[in-house]
Design a binder for this molecule. Structure first.
Ligand code: SF4
Ligand code: SF4
Length: 512
């Protein structure tokens, strides 16, 4: 199945012995100059007769990179603190799923940070300028940039290491800074930058035009009505609707995402809620976060504000997308606010799980939990929800609320083992802009700790399905867990479980 070794599932925790250089061969495709330009970066192409063009660093790249690093150090106080405060205690070394899965010591969080820190020291500290060897400072060379490109695309910005660091050093922020510096000198990542370009030109990550989206939604209405004989609607660009739902575009076509979208629509239908999707903001995802670009993150976020204003909605609700929720929960107001034109009686924005739980608790949904009795479900806490956002109006809501929704619609639920859930959850292995086939080896190896914990839950508790509220997690799991013997249909959306259990007025079940 793969031309590299797929790690063996073992009982968690297993910390490997480091093996130098196991992943130095792997780096993602570089963005073409035209995709760089769409994001206000630059790029340089060298044509060679009879060969593929090469995308190289721009003229004057060295000074531009150092200047950019200085700019980021001045703009982001945390980045400066993270560069100065590591005491090499080693607490983070065994906490990264990519180190556990690949054994490459440069995938230890502290080592990853040092790839950048060593250059920072050389150009921004007294000791590094005058006694570089004494303090482990090094010059920025093309080889160093290549090493950055490789290993800063082997970090999913999951923040697990920061939970265990006594100083709270967040490697994700270091990775974002490194990616921003590289994009600035012509070495942006193809996957992320192309996707952001599609959001700007078409409105979503998939490049799904408005007409195609309208057709998909119309088809969904027909399918659901055919299945249960209830005319559940999937409105698009409905002016004056109460709620604008922004959701990852994977919800429009991929399994199991689309079953989640059907779940949201059934909840809205059952509660007589007026809602709409938007063709302008037909994407919740915000890959500007992954490349560390405040400007691009802001540009992407502004589509949501504009759509909300144009449609005259009163509330914004986010569908199941981990990093989109992080941007929405933590930054939306700063990036695209103020949202004083929305109804202030509700959170701005609100997560679909909060919305559904509220309706469940008020008894507004007719639920038959036994309809999920063919499953024993566990829940994967997605990194960006667990460690970089909240939910509800109390600390820890992001852990309780999705579980409360699942427990309200399923009789059989178990958590995976402690140390692999909540704020210690393991990344799916494909987050942070790494969900691309050119990084498949990394994705297969990086999923190891999560797959091990799931396997233990299967063996010890009879778990049959794992639910998630992140589009990237669902895509990564359905594609990569089969390497470890799981099947794609073992991954479910949380609102897919809701959809199974809910009974709408007038519903006729296929088996009836
Ligand atoms: S943020 Fe996550 S992927 Fe990156 S170094 Fe830390 S644990 Fe590893
Ligand atoms: S846990 Fe924090 S202080 Fe300790 S080595 Fe890792 S980054 Fe440095």
């Amino acid at each position: 199945m793969a031309d590299y070794e797929v790690p063996e599932l073992k009982e968690y925790p297993v910390v490997p012995l480091p093996v130098e250089g196991t992943m130095e061969h792997l780096s993602p495709f570089v963005a073409k100059p035209e995709f760089q330009e769409a994001l206000n970066y630059v790029g340089k192409k060298i044509e060679k007769e009879g060969e593929m063009p090469e995308y190289v660093l721009v003229d004057g790249w060295h000074d531009k990179a150092i200047e950019k690093m200085g700019d980021l150090l001045g703009r982001y106080r945390g980045f400066q603190v993270f560069m100065d405060s590591c005491v090499k205690c080693g607490a983070c070394t065994d906490k990264c799923h990519y180190f556990i899965g690949t054994k490459d010591p440069k995938n230890m969080p502290v080592a990853r940070q040092d790839l950048l820190r060593s250059v920072y020291r050389r150009y921004f500290t007294f000791a590094g300028k005058f006694f570089p060897k004494l303090v482990g400072a090094r010059d920025l060379t093309e080889d160093v940039v290549q090493e950055w490109y490789s290993y800063f695309h082997q970090c999913s910005e999951c923040r697990r290491c920061s939970v265990f660091c006594p100083y709270g050093i967040d490697t994700a922020e270091v990775t974002m800074a490194a990616r921003e510096i590289m994009a600035h000198i012509g070495k942006g990542q193809k996957y992320n930058n192309e996707i952001i370009g599609k959001v700007f030109t078409i409105g979503n990550n998939l490049g799904l035009p408005e007409k195609a989206l309208a057709n998909v939604l119309e088809g969904l209405e027909e399918d659901v009505e055919y299945d249960i004989e209830v005319p559940v609607k999937f409105p698009l660009d409905k002016k004056g609707a109460d709620i604008l739902l922004v959701t990852p575009s994977a919800d429009f076509f991929a399994e199991p995402h689309i079953d989640g979208l059907i779940g949201y629509a059934k909840v809205f239908h059952a509660t007589n809620t007026s809602w709409t999707l938007s063709s302008r903001a037909s994407e919740a995802a915000n890959f500007g976060l992954f490349i560390g670009s405040y400007e691009n993150m802001q540009r992407i976020s502004m589509r949501i504000r504009t759509a909300a204003l144009e449609l005259g909605v009163k509330r914004i609700v986010y569908g199941e997308c981990g990093h989109a929720w992080r941007v929405g929960y933590s930054f939306l107001n700063t990036l695209a606010g103020p949202f004083d034109f929305l109804d202030q009686n509700y959170p701005v924005p609100q997560h679909i799980c909060e919305f559904t739980l509220d309706k469940l608790q008020k008894g507004e949904l007719n639920i038959d939990k036994s309809r999920n009795d063919d499953k024993t479900v566990t829940f994967h806490d997605s990194c960006n929800v667990a460690r970089a956002s909240g939910m509800g109006n109390y600390p820890g809501g992001q852990f309780d609320i999705p579980r409360a929704v699942i427990n309200a619609v399923c009789n059989n639920y178990v958590d995976m083992e402690p140390g692999t859930t909540h704020d210690a959850t393991f990344c799916c292995g494909g987050g942070g802009g790494l969900l691309t086939d050119d990084l498949m080896e990394l994705r297969v190896k990086g999923i190891l700790p999560r797959a091990s914990a799931l396997n233990n839950a299967v063996n010890e508790n009879g778990v049959t399905h794992m639910a998630a509220i992140c589009a990237i997690c669902k895509s990564q799991f359905t594609k990569v867990l089969p390497y470890y013997g799981f099947t794609m249909d073992q991954i479910v959306s949380v609102h897919q479980l809701v959809s199974e259990a809910i009974i709408l007025e007038g519903q006729v079940d296929p088996e009836d």
